[in-house]
Design a protein around this ligand. Structure first.
Ligand code: UFG
Length: 327
């Protein structure tokens, strides 16, 4: 299958590209490099630097490469930033993405796998979260992703669009090539590893007064390679309209558990500082991934937090670090 990956030079996108290549498909990447890195895209992949809202460019890419399906990952994706800059999130995640859907429609490409998020659930009433639970985002990031999910449903009804939405929980970890490093960094695991490296004096814990076992927020961390494999399965199965959670389930891990595990793995002292809660953060987000396990046969291989952090640490301290990413 000929697949276009939007945002394929980003952290998760580049690992999805690695997985797609390993299955032997033709892969094309479009990325405006506002966050992604050109060198994250392997040489055998056709790369186009451009923005998904460029209708003419998108039509050309879709036609010239005889694209059969799109994996749409190009987006703004930081919860905290979205609270400060909501317009940016609706513009990039809804308006630009709709322009891309228009290009798909006029070129007859009607299959898409969409990177959605656990943030569509907001502050859920029960855990683990299933796909049919209430959708009530508590931040503009989640609201923008939900709005685009609804656009996909609308275009399914109007034009027969075929889609799968994958609601990611907390992507983490690294492959031997690709790891996570943003500028500025906001995600917990890279920040904890920066503290382990002595690059920052301490890790700020955003609130220790949540109703969780140790008072800090609990998240469901999923290895980026497991996440990427789900895209390959979703592409093979594209038929109708489907929505799947993507997390490992279980009890999740608190911010403190992440810091403690990183201390053990790195053998370094990591100092913590309690700070105010970060606006828009739900206390607990844990996936039920029963549906994707049952319907697509997906199973996480690297669900242990230690394995996830070790892969990120190995990448972080690698001499002549390979590829760093911003999504
Ligand atoms: N945290 C800290 N200190 C930090 C950074 C993070 O205490 O310096 C806490 C956050 O408050 C949160 C947890 O660590 O409780 C994880 O935070 P991240 O910023 O790493 O990730 P988020 O849970 O905010 O968001 C991520 C993705 C979103 C996705 C969400 C779904 O960035 O795209 O997971 O669970 F929607």
């Amino acid at each position: 299958m000929n697949v276009l990956v939007t945002g394929g030079a980003g952290y998760i996108g580049s690992v999805v590209v690695e997985e797609l290549l390993s299955t032997g498909g033709k892969v094309v990447v479009v990325d405006d490099l506002s966050k992604g890195h050109r060198n994250a895209v392997p040489d055998q992949v056709a790369f186009v630097e451009g923005n998904i809202r460029d209708h003419q460019l998108m039509k050309e890419i879709l036609i010239e490469n005889q694209i059969e399906a799109v994996v749409h990952m190009a987006a703004s994706s930081l919860v905290g930033e979205s609270v400060k800059l909501p317009d940016k999130y609706f513009d990039n995640n809804v308006t630009a993405a709709k322009a891309m859907l228009d290009a798909m429609r006029v070129t007859g490409v009607n299959k898409i796998v969409f990177s959605s998020t656990a943030a569509v659930y907001g502050e859920p009433k029960r855990q683990p979260i299933t796909e049919s639970d209430a959708l009530a985002p508590t931040n503009p990031y989640g609201a923008s992703k939900l709005e685009f999910e609804r656009e996909l449903q609308r275009q399914r009804d109007e034009y027969g669009l075929v889609f799968t939405s994958l609601r990611y929980f907390n992507a983490a970890g690294a492959t031997s090539r690709c790891g996570e490093q943003h500028d500025p960094e906001t995600h917990l695991i890279p920040i904890v590893l920066q503290a382990a490296m002595g690059q920052i004096p301490s890790v700020g814990i955003f609130g220790d007064d949540y109703l969780t076992p140790d008072g800090t927020c609990v998240r469901d961390y999923i290895h980026v390679r497991d996440l990427a494999r789900a895209h390959v399965l979703a592409l093979k199965d594209l038929d109708g309209s489907k929505t799947y959670n993507l997390g490992c389930g279980g009890d999740g891990y608190s911010v403190r558990q992440v810091i403690n595990a990183a201390c053990d793995i790195t053998g370094r002292k990591i100092t913590e500082t309690i700070m105010a809660r970060r606006e828009g953060d739900p206390a607990v987000l844990i996936a039920s991934s029963e549906k994707i396990r049952r319907e697509l046969g997906w199973e996480p291989e690297f669900q242990d937090l230690g394995v996830i952090i070790r892969s990120a640490w190995t990448w972080t301290i690698a001499p002549g670090k390979r590829v760093s990413h911003s999504m």
